[in-house]
Design a protein around this ligand. Sequence first.
Ligand code: NAD
Length: 503
Amino acid sequence: MNAPANVAADAGLQTPIRHQLFIDGQFVDAESGETLATLNPHDNSTIVNVAMAGKADVDKAVAAAQRAFPAWSRMPAMERGRILLRLADLIDRNAEELARLESLDTGHPIRDSRLIDVPRTAATFRYFGGMADKFQGDQIPVDAGFLNYTMNEPLGVVGQVVPWNFPLMFTSWKMAPALAAGNCVVMKPAELTPLSSLKIAELMAEAGIPDGVVNIVPGLGAVAGQYIAEHPGIAKIAFTGSTATGRRIVQASAGNLKKVQLELGGKGANIVFEDANLLAAVNGAAFASFHNQGQACIAGSRLVLHEKIADAFLEKFVALARSIRIGNPLDPNTEMGPLTTLMHRDRVLDFVDVACGEGGHVLTGGKPGAGDLARGCYVEPTVVRVASWKDRVAQEEVFGPFVSVLTFSNDDEALQIANSTEYGLGGGLWTNNLQRAHWFAREMKSGMVWINCYKRVNPASPFGGTGMSGYGREMGFEAMREYTQVKSVWVNVDAQIAPHYPR
Ligand code: NAD
């Protein structure tokens, strides 16, 4: 069933909403005929029923990708790159449509979808389009008489499982390097937010990506996702989502020893020192904590303040949090939209009770949306002063507009707090002391460190974590390495060297 015409029209969409699986270049229903409703988190109304892939559909997608692989992987890299560059241009041309669809399905404020999600998606395809013919092997100085060189070969069919917090952007983070390197893809978007990746599938066909190179199979994680992780025809699985699911994927992948790449949770420490530019730090911390309703693995969800500036900082920060305009994501004035589901909203609100039970103080927020917003998945920007870094709200990922405030009195204590969780994804610090900044950059247990900024990302810069935040890196040359395997080739270039044991 297509989306009711008024849903698309009310959201200002110009084209029909895609709601079928994308396999072998065609939009098709699931073999079982089953569908799953995707909801608008603003009011929990159904946007559209989306085909729900089962094992038979994943098998079809893998078979299509296997058929497409020889031609795609042998296509001149420059030509593959040119197709990705065309796709980036098509994303630019369809920017408003993509932004509206993303906001409708995820709750991202439209201004963020326009300014962040869509441009970054285009930029990622453009960067890896340009990278396709620049990622090259080495010639290695080995023994006299021998030439040794390496080739970077694509892996084959790769499985990709994407979460619901940045579905459009993460589709590009996962697909662009995989495709540039010559792999074919079977991708499962989150069952909660499949719409923007299906729109990308439409644009991919228009850009000239051959049938079968990309297959998109919305469906349940425990069914389609799990089967992708197990599938013997898939050479690698790349996953973004929770640490618990990451563990399951590692176990499921063992059958054929798949290569696994995991981008999991985080509990970023955002440290503000006594010498920081306070206004810049307050603004940076608001973006770090509340952008995308705090649903970001790199969110600065622990605000770690020097005790000398804590009160002055919090006065400004709380005032800013209270001034954030919450509302319908499609309203251009909205600064914070709803969370993705009611269940997730309630989970975030439960953490307010946990914080209070642990002796924390709610400085602002901690409540669901009121009035017209009560039907949706809204949570007010929430700032909680936490009693100890050992508390659950200082250790566990809340994944909402919820920031835990801790204080410290010296650099060693700040570092100890920063490194006290099992995660290690992103962290930041605000200081004008150069020596301290670089010392922390070295000592922080974190895949990414931001100094006097927070949550900067770019397609050229490696992205990923350590510890329970996972392993492997997205973006940059690192991503190309993740999607290739190295072959070492030896050539005897000296006729005098006998190819057997010396006698
Ligand atoms: P999740 O890990 O369950 O879901 C993410 C993706 O994994 C979805 O596409 C889902 O369908 C799929 N999935 C679920 N079970 C699977 C399985 N057994 N095999 C393969 N794929 C499977 O995350 P969630 O439950 O939707 O969110 C819970 C928590 O996950 C959040 O509160 C947050 O802590 C974390 N999370 C992190 C990120 C991130 O960017 N790192 C993104 C989303 C969620």
